[in-house]
Design a protein around this ligand. Structure first.
Ligand SMILES: [Zn+2]
Length: 368
């Protein structure tokens, strides 16, 4: 019996030395120490031995069992160490290795323009406010004086969130992708902390047919100032200052009466075209003919030859909007404006269609 144990020990050591994988080690453990393992088999034989023999062989078998367990544990650790050493070796990164650097990325023209506009507005005392891109109907429309039956809702072609989500929403409060940044104004006014002087740069969504001037998502920068004694004159000065800083001191502004549900009075604001410098024509496509007589001037495509580009909407916050947000319109007044960042970017960088900013054209974007 003693000899049998010794033989088993030698066989075990031989086998364990050859093992290279954790899986094989588990197999070995089961083969020797498992319920039907080789050591168990020997222990079963103990019952046929005399009491004296049992006293000698029993502890010997137990010692062998402990020895095997320890050896397996040791081997398992060895295998694990070897595994990690291999990973370290294979995945090592030589940080000192030199390789040719590809051109570094840079800000997108829209991001550059947004940052610039933010800096200008901050210098005028505005703070940046932010809000969710998925809004509810109440903030996006109703509180802005655009109830469900208002014709102005048709102007904002809206992306609504899936029916199975909106079905669970209360009537008139369904989720949508915000069609303008104005709901953030509502969120700010509802906080009830006056005066308010914020800008809201952000992405908005419209269900639009795409063309040179329209895309189904674009960026807006909205401004809002509410307090005591805020006038249309403040609005004009603010916009004039922002546009001159943004597009150049020679920029001219033109206010045209307009209608927006959330402002009264309202004005569309045009700026003098930066592409043609207010002339309505651009430099000739082909140089003058040799005789010096014929010069083929081209009508400016940005302003359609008018010299003016429609860039923003503005007005005094409608008393109904103030009331909806718990602000007394008898005591407080405010102005608001919304600027298309994409169009400003197109003006600043002389790009004829703001849609091009969304077409992932590196050749275009890398110029700025
Ligand atoms: Zn022009």
């Amino acid at each position: 019996m003693q000899e049998l144990l010794e033989q088993l020990r030698r066989q075990f050591l031989e086998e364990i030395a050859k093992i290279e994988w954790e899986e094989s080690l588990k197999e070995l453990l089961s083969n020797y120490l498992g319920k039907t393992g080789k050591l168990k088999e020997i222990l079963w034989g103990l019952k046929d031995l005399s009491n004296d023999e049992k006293k000698t062989i029993g502890p010997m078998a137990n010692t062998l069992k402990v020895f095997m367990e320890e050896e397996i544990e040791k081997k398992s650790q060895e295998l694990e160490d070897a595994h990690f050493a291999k990973i370290e070796d294979e995945e090592a990164i030589d940080v000192s290795l030199e390789f040719p650097l590809k051109g570094r990325g840079h800000r997108h023209p829209i991001s550059i323009t947004t940052k610039l506009m933010e800096d200008i507005c901050i210098s005028l005392g505005f703070k940046i406010a932010d809000g969710p891109q998925i809004e509810n109907e109440d903030y996006n429309f109703d509180k802005l004086n655009i109830p469900a039956d208002h014709p102005a809702r048709d102007v904002w072609d809206t992306f609504w969130i899936q029916d199975d989500i909106n079905d669970k929403q209360p009537k008139n409060n369904k989720f949508l992708l915000r069609t303008h940044t104005s709901p953030v104004q509502i969120r700010e006014m509802l906080k009830g902390r006056l005066p308010i002087k914020i800008i809201v740069p952000g992405r908005v969504f419209r269900y639009e047919q795409e063309d040179a001037r329209h895309t189904c998502n674009f960026y807006q920068l909205e401004g809002l100032m509410v307090g005591e004694g805020v006038t249309f004159g403040d609005l004009k000065w603010t916009l004039d200052t922002i546009m001159k800083k943004l597009l150049g001191e020679d920029t001219k502004l033109r206010f045209r009466p307009s209608i927006f549900p959330f402002t009264e009075p309202s004005a569309e604001v045009d700026v003098s075209c930066q592409i043609c410098k207010w002339t309505g024509i651009t430099t000739p496509q082909s140089p003058p003919s040799k005789g010096g007589e014929v010069v083929r001037w081209k009508k400016c495509s940005m302003c359609s030859g008018s010299g003016w580009v429609e860039l923003l909407g503005s007005g005094m916050v409608h008393p109904k909007v103030l009331t909806a947000c718990g602000i007394d319109p008898e005591k407080y007044s405010g102005f608001a404006f919304g600027i298309g960042i994409d169009r400003i970017a197109a003006q600043r960088f002389g790009v004829s269609s703001s849609r091009m900013f969304y077409q992932s054209k590196l050749k275009l974007n890398e110029q700025f």
